[in-house]
Ligand binder design. Structure first.
Ligand code: CA
Length: 626
C-alpha cells in the first residue's frame, strides 16, 4: 500500500532523530527513505521521443539534488513545483540507450542520501507497429465488476472502503479481470475480436467505485479487479485468440480520494482552485462562434462531480504525466487501443497534444473518444482530418457514434410515417458527409451509460434484431455491451446500476448461466444465437467490414442497404411493417445484378435474387452475395 501521509512520515523521522539526541541542523537532509514512489514505475528504450519525465514523490525530495549514472541516459534538467514533496527529473534517452537498471542518485549538501534503480525495459518486437482496432473488428464492452467473478479471493481486499453487496446495484459485485480471462472462450465464440474494459485502475472511493471512472492511482489496478500482471495476462491470452484489448482512460478528472489530493504537486493541477464549481455540460461552447468565454471555461474547468475533481492538464508536468501514463499502459498491457472518457471536457489543446503523441509512438493504433452528443456536427469536430472553421486540428482517430445510436433506437421505436421512422436513420447516415472518416466511428446500440437497447425498444424482439443487425452491418466499428446479447434490460430508465447488471452465470450459484446457455429463457437464447451468427459471419465478410455503403430511401416501412467490396455484396433489409413487403429488386440495380445468388446469413438458405424479394413482417434480412 502506498503511504498516503508523506508529511506525517517526515515528522516521524524528525522526531526519531530528536529522540536519539541527534542535533538537528537547520538544513537537515530529508530522510534516507524519502522517496515513496517514482512515476512512471519503469520505462522502455526505443520510443520515438527521447524525453522521459520522472515524477519523484516523497517528503521534501525537492531539497535533494538528483543525478543519473547510466550510458545513454542524461539528466537534462530538473523541475521543482510549489510543493517540496515533488521533484521532476527530465531525462533524455539516446537512441543507443540499452535496457537495464538506471542508477538515480540523490544528494544533499554533496552527500549521497539515497539511490534508486530505475528499470528500462526492451519493447516487445513490433510494439510500435501494432495494429489498433478497426472496422474489421467487433468490440465487446465489459464492466469488469459486473461480468464474472473469476477470483473470490479479491472480493474484499483489506483497506477498501466500498462494500461488496450484489443486491445493491451501486455497490461492488466482485467481478474481476480473472472473470474476463476465464471466459475468453465465450467472447471468441460470440464472434467478438476486441474487448473494451471500463477502467480497471484503482478507485479507492467510499462509494460507487465499481464503475472505475474515479481513478485514485494511475499506475495501480484496483485490487478488487486483480493486478496489473493479470491485466497483461488477459491481453496476452486474448491476443492468442485474435482478440485485442482496449484500455479505457480518463483524462478529464480523477477520484476525490486520489493520492494527489492529499499532497497536490501544484495548486494548478486541479481546476477551479478549490471552488469545485461543477461543469455546465455545455459541449457546444467549444464550437459555438457566439459562446461566452465564461461558459466555455465552466464547461472545461468545472468539476464532473464533487467526487471527481477536474484536472488541468495544461499544467506542463501534469500533461506529461498523463501522456506517459497512457503510453505506459499501452506498452505494458499490450493494448490494441484506447477509449478516452469525457473527451471534450478536457482542454482541447491538450487533447490534441495527447493524441498526437500517442499516435506518433503507435502510428497504427486507434483511439476512440467519447463525445456524448447526438449531433454529428458536434461529434465530427473532434475527428482527425476534419477541417474546422475555427482552425482546430484534432489527432483523435475515432469517436463513439452517439448520433447514430440515439437515432437508431428512436427510428425503430417510432411508427412509420413519410417523415418519421426509418427515414430518420436514413437521413442520419446522410450526415456522414460531416465526418472526416465515418468508417472509423464506433457504432453501438447501447453502452454502459445508456439504457439497454432491449429496454429502450420496449422489449420488442423484432426491433432488437433490427438494431443489432444495423450495428453489425452499417459502416464503422461495431460494439456490443456485455449481456445485451441475452436481452439484459434495465427496469427503470436511466438507472445506472440496472444497466450494469451482473452477467448471468458470472457468479457461482447463478440460476441462469448465459455462458453455457443453461436456464436461459427461449427469447434470450434466440437473441444470443442471432448475435453469435451475425458476428461470426461478419468476422469473415470483408464487405460488411470495409465495403462501401449505398442505401435506398425507406418505402412502406422497409429500409434496404448494401455493402460492397470488390466482388462481394451484402444486402441488408429491415421491414418494420406488420405485413410482408414484396421488394421490387429492379430498384436496386445500382447495387445488385439481376439473378445474383447469395446466402441468407441468418437462416443459411440459398437465395436467388431475381425480380422480387419477400420480406416477412417485422423482419431482418441479411444476404451475403459473392
Ligand atoms: Ca472477485
Amino acid at each position: 500500500m502506498l503511504d498516503s501521509k508523506p508529511g506525517r512520515r517526515a515528522t516521524a523521522a524528525v522526531l526519531l532523530l530528536a529522540t536519539l539526541g541527534v542535533a538537528r541542523a537547520t538544513a537537515a537532509a530529508p530522510a534516507a527513505d524519502a522517496i515513496l514512489r517514482v512515476d512512471p514505475p519503469s520505462w522502455w528504450t526505443g520510443f520515438a521521443s527521447p524525453d522521459l519525465q520522472l515524477m519523484v514523490h516523497g517528503p521534501r525530495v525537492a531539497e535533494l539534488n538528483p543525478a543519473v549514472d547510466y550510458p545513454g541516459v542524461r539528466l537534462a534538467s530538473v523541475t521543482r513545483l510549489a510543493n517540496p514533496d515533488y521533484l521532476f527529473l527530465n531525462l533524455r534517452l539516446d537512441r543507443d540507450a540499452r535496457p537495464g537498471h538506471v542508477a538515480l542518485v540523490f544528494r544533499h549538501d554533496g552527500k549521497v542520501i539515497l539511490r534508486r534503480d530505475y528499470v528500462l525495459e526492451a519493447r516487445r518486437a513490433g510494439s510500435r507497429e501494432r495494429k489498433g482496432f478497426d472496422a474489421g473488428d467487433a468490440i465487446y464492452l465489459i464492466v469488469p465488476d459486473r461480468f464474472a467473478n473469476g477470483d473470490a479471493r479479491n472480493d474484499r481486499p483489506p483497506g477498501t472502503a466500498d462494500r461488496l453487496d450484489r443486491r445493491d446495484p451501486g455497490a461492488r459485485h466482485g467481478g474481476d479481470i480473472a472473470g474476463v480471462t476465464g471466459h475468453l472462450d465465450y467472447i471468441e465464440r460470440m464472434g467478438f475480436t476486441q474487448i473494451w474494459l471500463t477502467p480497471v485502475l484503482e478507485n479507492a472511493q467510499p462509494a460507487f467505485s465499481y464503475h472505475g471512472y474515479s481513478i485514485t492511482d494511475h499506475y495501480r489496478v484496483d485490487p478488487r479487479l486483480g493486478t496489473r500482471e493479470e491485466l497483461r495476462e488477459l491481453a496476452r491470452a486474448a491476443r492468442a485468440r485474435g482478440i485485442g484489448l482496449i484500455g479505457d482512460v480518463v483524462v478529464n478528472h480523477i477520484g476525490s480520494q486520489h493520492w494527489w489530493m492529499r499532497d497536490l504537486p501544484s495548486p494548478d493541477w486541479i481546476s477551479g482552485e478549490g471552488s469545485q464549481a461543477l461543469t455546465n455540460h455545455k459541449h457546444s461552447t467549444i464550437l459555438d462562434p457566439y459562446a461566452a468565454e465564461v461558459d466555455r471555461r465552466l464547461f472545461v474547468d468545472g468539476w464532473f462531480s464533487r467526487e471527481m475533481p477536474d484536472l488541468h492538464p495544461m499544467s506542463a508536468e501534469l500533461g506529461t504525466y498523463l501522456i506517459q501514463n497512457a503510453l505506459w499502459w499501452i506498452e505494458y498491457a499490450e493494448l490494441s487501443g484506447l477509449r478516452v472518457d469525457t473527451y471534450s471536457y478536457s482542454d482541447k489543446r491538450f487533447m490534441a497534444a495527447y493524441t498526437e503523441r500517442i499516435m506518433s509512438e503507435y502510428p497504427r493504433l486507434n483511439i476512440v473518444g467519447e463525445e456524448w452528443r447526438n449531433d454529428p456536427a458536434v461529434v465530427a469536430y473532434w475527428q482527425a482530418g476534419k477541417s474546422n472553421a475555427d482552425g482546430y486540428v484534432s489527432y483523435l482517430p475515432s469517436l463513439m457514434d452517439f448520433p447514430l445510436q440515439s437515432t437508431l433506437t428512436e427510428s425503430l421505436k417510432k411508427a412509420e410515417q413519410p417523415y418519421a421512422g426509418l427515414v430518420d436513420l436514413y437521413e442520419r447516415l446522410a450526415e456522414d458527409f460531416l465526418y472526416a472518416n465515418p468508417r472509423n466511428l464506433v457504432v453501438f446500440a447501447d453502452n454502459h451509460d445508456t439504457d439497454r437497447v432491449y429496454a429502450a425498444l420496449g422489449r420488442d424482439d423484432a426491433l432488437f434484431r433490427m438494431a443489432i443487425a444495423v450495428v453489425a452491418t452499417t459502416r464503422g466499428i461495431p460494439q456490443v455491451l456485455y449481456g445485451t446479447e441475452v436481452l439484459l434490460a434495465n427496469e427503470h430508465p436511466g438507472n445506472d446500476g440496472e444497466k450494469r447488471a451482473d452477467f448471468p452465470g458470472g457468479w457461482a450459484g447463478d440460476a441462469v448461466d448465459a455462458f453455457s446457455g443453461r436456464g436461459l429463457a427461449p427469447p434470450a437464447a434466440a437473441a444470443q444465437e442471432f448475435v453469435r451468427t451475425l458476428f461470426n459471419w461478419r468476422k469473415h465478410s470483408r464487405a460488411a467490414q470495409f465495403g462501401s455503403l449505398r442505401h435506398y430511401a425507406p418505402v412502406g416501412g422497409a429500409y434496404v442497404y448494401f455493402r460492397q467490396l470488390d466482388r462481394e455484396t451484402v444486402l441488408v433489409a429491415l421491414n418494420k411493417a406488420a405485413a410482408p413487403v414484396r421488394l421490387d429488386l429492379g430498384r436496386f440495380r445500382e447495387s445488385l445484378a439481376r439473378g445474383a445468388v447469395g446466402q441468407d446469413v441468418l437462416s443459411g438458405a440459398r437465395v436467388q435474387l431475381l425480380d422480387e424479394l419477400l420480406l416477412p413482417p417485422r423482419s431482418t434480412t441479411v444476404i451475403d452475395i459473392n
